[in-house]
Design a protein around this ligand. Structure first.
Ligand SMILES: [Zn+2]
Length: 79
């Protein structure tokens, strides 16, 4: 997969496409997920294989409920 960079991108939709690399099932989480640069979603398996550090970052993000904290903070600020 030369030339196909994997990156963490902001995600705000549920997509039903398969993984861009292996075609397997992938359910991108909101608000961030791993994608190719052209915004095609990548499954956990491929992310681990090709960009493990990003998957670790993603898991830490969701593990610590940072998304929820962020939403709560936004709600207090603007709500
Ligand atoms: Zn895959």
């Amino acid at each position: 997969m030369l030339g196909k960079r994997i990156c963490i991108k902001v995600n705000n939709v549920q997509v039903n496409e398969g993984c861009a690399l292996c075609g397997g099932p992938v359910e991108p989480l909101i608000p961030i997920w791993v994608f190719l640069e052209n915004y095609l979603p990548v499954c956990r398996k491929c992310a681990k294989k090709h960009a493990e550090v990003l998957l670790v970052a993603l898991d830490n993000f969701y593990k610590d409920n940072l998304a929820e904290k962020l939403f709560k903070k936004m709600a207090t600020q603007y709500g």
